[in-house]
Structures are given as C-alpha cells and as structure tokens.
Design a protein. Structure first.
Length: 580
C-alpha cells in the first residue's frame, strides 16, 4: 500500500489535479482507500443494529397479528415496495450508478456531481410516474367488483398505502451510492434503522393496551395494520432526508436537475436493466415465493380447480423464516459485497489486484457463511420460538417457522458468495453474464417451487427451492469468473474454505449439543414455561457456538477473523498484486 500511495502522491506533485472543493474527498485520497475490510466492518456493525431492530419489528408484528390472513395481506402489500428496496437499495441501481460516478469523480468532479443531480431528478420523476400509474391500476382492481374476499381487498389497499415507499427508497439508494464512493458507508447502512423503528412504534401505538389508554378503545386489527403500513411510507421519506443531510455534512453538494440523456446516464441505463436481473434474481425468487405462499389469501383456495396445498398464514411463516436467515446474510454477506464493490471497480484495470481482492472477499463470505449456516440449522427451534412466539403467534406457528428455516439456512454461504461474484462481473463492466445465469435460476426456482409445495415439505419447499437455485447459481458464476480472470480458487482459497468448513461442523455440533442439554435438563426444571425454556436454550446455544467458533479460529489459524477486526494486514504487499 505504501509504495502505491507514494507513487500516486509523486504523480500529483508533478501534475496538479483539477480544482475541486476542499471538503470533498476523492475516492483514491481517503486514508482507508483499498482496505475494504475496514469498510465492511463499519457496514457490518451498523447493519447488525439494523438487523436487530428489523427482528424487533418482525417479532412485534408477529405477536400483534399472528400467522393469519391479515398478516399475510400486510406482507403481500409490502412485497412490491420491499422488492424495490432490495433491488435498488442493495442491488442494480447502486451497482450501475456507482462505477460511472466514481470514474467521473476521479476525472472531473464537477461533471460527476452534475451527473448525480441529473440521475436523482430523473429517477424521482420516473418513479413518481410509475407510482401514480400503479396507484390508479390498483384502484381499478379494488373497485372492479370482482369477488376476491375481504383479505385480498385489504392486501390491495395495503399495497396502495405502501407503494409510495418505492420512489423514496430508490432515491435513498442513489444518495447512498454517492456517499459510498466518498467512503461514507455509515449513513447508508444506518438508514434502514429508521424504517424498523417507525414500524415498531406504529405497531406498539396501535397495540390494545396502548390504544385503550390513548383512544379509550382498542383499534380494529384492520385499522391497526393500515397505520403500520402508513409508517413505512413516512420512514421512507425520513430515509431520503437522512441521506441528504449526510451528504451535506460531508461537504458534498448536489443540485437536483431535470432528466437529460447525457452519455453517463445512457451508460447507467444500459447497465441497470441486466443488473436488475443479475443482482435481483434472489429477490425475484423471494417475490415469487411470496406470491405462491399467499395464493390462498390473495387469489383463492384453488388453482385451476385443484385445492391449493398451502394454508393461510404460509406467507407470514415464510417471511419470518426469511428474516432469520437474512440476518447473517445482511449483516455480513451484503456488507462484504457492499464494501468490496468500490475496491473491485477501482482495480478492474489491474488483473492481479482485482483477483486478490475478489479472493479475499470470497474467503470472508465463506468464513462467515458456513458457520452461520450450521448454527442456524442447529438452533432453529429455540430461535424461532424466542423471537416470534407469543401473543397471537402460536407455538405451532413458531414450529412452522423453524421447519421453513431448515430449508433456507444451509445455503447462507451461497447467498453471500453470489453477492460478491455478481459484483465482480459488474466491476469488470460485464452485466450480461450474471443476467443470463440469473434468468436460468428464476426458471429453476419456479419449477422447483411448483413441484416441492405438493410434497410433504409444504411451504418449506419454497425455501429448499431457493437454496438449491442459489447453490446452482454461485457454482456457475464461479466457473465463469475463473474462465474470465483466472483461477479464483487457488491453494490459499481452498485451504481457507476447508478450514471454514471444519469450523462450521464444530460450531454446529456445539450449538446442537448445548440446545439438547438445555431442553433435556433446564427445560424440565422451568415447569413448562415453553418460551423461557426456548430463551435459555437459545442463550446456551449461542454461547456454545461462539465459543466453538472462536476456538476454531485460534486452532485452525483462520486469519479472516483478524481481517474483520483490524482491516487489511500490515504485511500486505503491492508489487502489482497483494498477498492473499
């Protein structure tokens, strides 16, 4: 690193850079430039808080509304705007905009800011129009007089309430991409906390004890869920304001401009559509899962005259299970991919540096993902019971969540690797290859869905379909990446993955043994308090799993743990490549 920085500084002395505001840091000037592990640590810590508050949000809603048609209707209504949040906030819009903005900022900062302002204005106008058209179409469907049932009607109404969240979240994604280029990862990672806290607050304010004190009577559950839906939109507006203020505090001044098809905007548009498929296949599969799971509630009890195999409440159960496996995926997998993408984009011209950074990212995701998969499989029962069971969410509901989680959890490592591998193609300027692979996976996932839901797996068949498709996708992407940039899996990567696998086996075994001992001896002593017994089992499993994982890190020499704690090691070399 030192030699590279020295070379850059000497070049700057010889050729003065373009004039730019002193408060606005250049991407390559930042003291942490090139050390994506440090950025990953920042994103990870804030995303951890976000995911914890997200679990609090989902636990609150589960207890308030239970696993029934009303909660299915809310989850269905949230599916479309939430899909945009994941596609754009964690996917295509950022991935297509960021490299173009970073290149422009390096060469002409004023042009970069003009480009960002034009993108913000264009996206705002486009998505506002789409939202208005969507609202009008949904109103026609609602008022068509078709006999869909009360639950389907509420689902459409909730979608209408939450649809304006879509433009807000996309604007937040663009503002976050600008912040990331200038090494301001914190505000973007923290913005989802606003959404989670707003939903929790709306849920608690409308809860029977609180509503009785404030209003003198309990809220009708349908009115309560409408209030929760409205809080989603208010939180979206708050996220835009939060990101805008973060830009201002960082000395970055953007002015909204009318949409103009400049060359940078054309380049972004050309990239964004294939990226929507490439990065969004996992989210598209999740949306398909949601439609299939909510079929009985939103469409009807039959499919071409055949009784639909999934019961009401299936979407709620599926959503709760998704939140549990998305916790480590969002905290670690997406965090690593988010932090590594600017580094790979900068190094795309240097094959050795690019390959080394990619290998490090893949090592980190597997180091985190494999033990997380094993631990979630082993602790799925006490975890689901502790977080969701209570109020209107019954023990049977939590057992179904654990059953579905058993399908999702084994592939956490694959979901995480897919985020990194797809972004590697984008950093190389190739958005078509991930798109083609992703389209094939959508077909595979749908076919598996429609087969497995008719088996004894039931709603868990949707989870197994997603896991199988994710493993197939990352296998193909890795093979294509190796053909493109050289062997991605070298001896060091293979050794790291092997040791991570051993760590996962040991961690999973420790978690399972601790849970069994707790259930066998402690649970009986608690006198039948199922929730408290689950909490004790979860605590014992977590402590045992963390202890086993740390022991494996020490005994097996897993240096990836040190990367997360300290950033890039000091002995990294830079003679055209970097040590892995």
């Amino acid at each position: 690193m030192a030699s590279r920085i020295g070379s850059i500084e000497s070049n700057r002395s010889a050729t003065p850079p373009p004039r730019r505001p002193a408060a606005l840091p250049r991407p390559t000037d930042h003291p942490m430039s090139g050390s994506f592990e440090r950025h990953a640590r920042t994103v990870t810590l804030l995303t951890l808080v976000s995911r914890v508050t997200g679990l609090a949000r989902d636990a609150t809603l589960a207890r308030l509304f239970g696993a029934g048609p009303l909660m299915d209707a809310f989850n269905f209504g949230f599916t479309v705007p939430n899909l945009f949040r994941r596609l754009f906030g964690e996917g295509a819009l950022t991935a297509s905009f960021l490299p173009v903005y970073a290149r422009l900022d390096r060469d002409d900062p004023a042009r970069a800011r003009a480009f960002a302002g034009a993108m913000l204005g264009g996206v705002a106008v486009l998505l506002a129009a789409i939202t208005l058209i969507g609202e009008a179409a949904l109103a026609l469907v609602r008022d068509s007089g078709a006999d869909r049932g009360a639950d389907a009607g509420i689902g459409i109404e909730l979608l209408m309430i939450m649809l304006p969240f879509m433009p807000f979240v996309c604007l937040t994604a663009l503002l976050g991409a600008v912040l990331q280029v200038h090494h301001r990862f914190g505000p973007t990672a923290a913005s989802p906390i606003l959404l989670n806290l707003a939903v929790v607050a709306a849920g608690l304010v409308g809860a029977p004890p609180v509503a009785s004190k404030l209003l003198g009577h309990e809220l009708d559950p349908a009115m309560h869920v409408r209030i929760v839906a409205a809080s989603v939109v208010l939180a979206g507006a708050g996220q835009v304001l939060w990101s805008w203020l973060a830009l201002r505090r960082s000395g970055i001044r953007l002015a909204l401009r009318g949409p103009r098809l400049s060359e940078p905007i054309r380049e972004t548009i050309r990239k964004v559509l294939p990226m929507l498929v490439g990065l969004g296949v996992f989210q598209l599969n999740t949306a398909v899962d949601a439609l299939i799971a909510s079929w009985r509630t939103m469409v009807g009890p039959t499919f071409f005259g055949i009784e639909w195999p999934l019961e009401e409440g299936s979407l709620t159960v599926l959503t709760c299970a998704q939140r549990l496996y998305e916790f480590p995926l969002g905290v670690f997998g997406v965090a690593v991919a988010t932090a590594i993408f600017p580094a790979m984009a900068r190094e795309s011209h240097d094959a050795a540096a690019f390959l080394t950074t990619l290998r490090r990212g893949l090592r980190l995701t597997v180091f985190i993902g494999l033990p997380a998969s094993a631990a979630l499989v082993a602790m799925r029962d006490p975890l689901a019971a502790t977080l969701f069971q209570g109020g209107r969410f019954t023990p049977e509901d939590s057992e179904m969540v654990a059953w579905v989680l058993l399908g999702y959890a084994p592939a956490i490592w694959a979901y995480s690797m897919q985020q990194v591998a797809t972004r590697a193609f984008y950093a190389l300027g190739d958005s078509m290859t991930p798109m083609r692979v992703a389209l094939g996976m959508v077909v595979l996932n749908l076919a598996l869905n429609l087969i497995l839901i008719w088996t004894p797996l039931g709603v868990a068949g949707l989870a197994w379909s997603t896991a199988i498709a994710a493993i197939a996708q990352i296998s193909i992407l890795m093979a294509l990446l190796s053909r493109r940039v050289g062997a991605v899996v070298d001896r060091q990567v293979a050794s790291s993955w092997s040791r991570s696998l051993v760590c996962a086996v040991v961690t999973g075994a420790a978690v399972a043994v601790a849970a069994w001992i707790s259930n066998r001896f402690v649970g009986a002593a608690l006198g039948g308090d199922a929730w408290l017994a689950a909490l004790v089992a979860l605590a014992a499993s977590t402590l045992s799993g963390c202890g086993a994982a740390l022991l494996c890190v020490r005994l097996l020499g897993l240096e990836e743990f040190g990367w997360l704690l300290r950033g890039r090691p000091s002995d990294t070399t830079h003679n055209g490549s970097r040590s892995a």
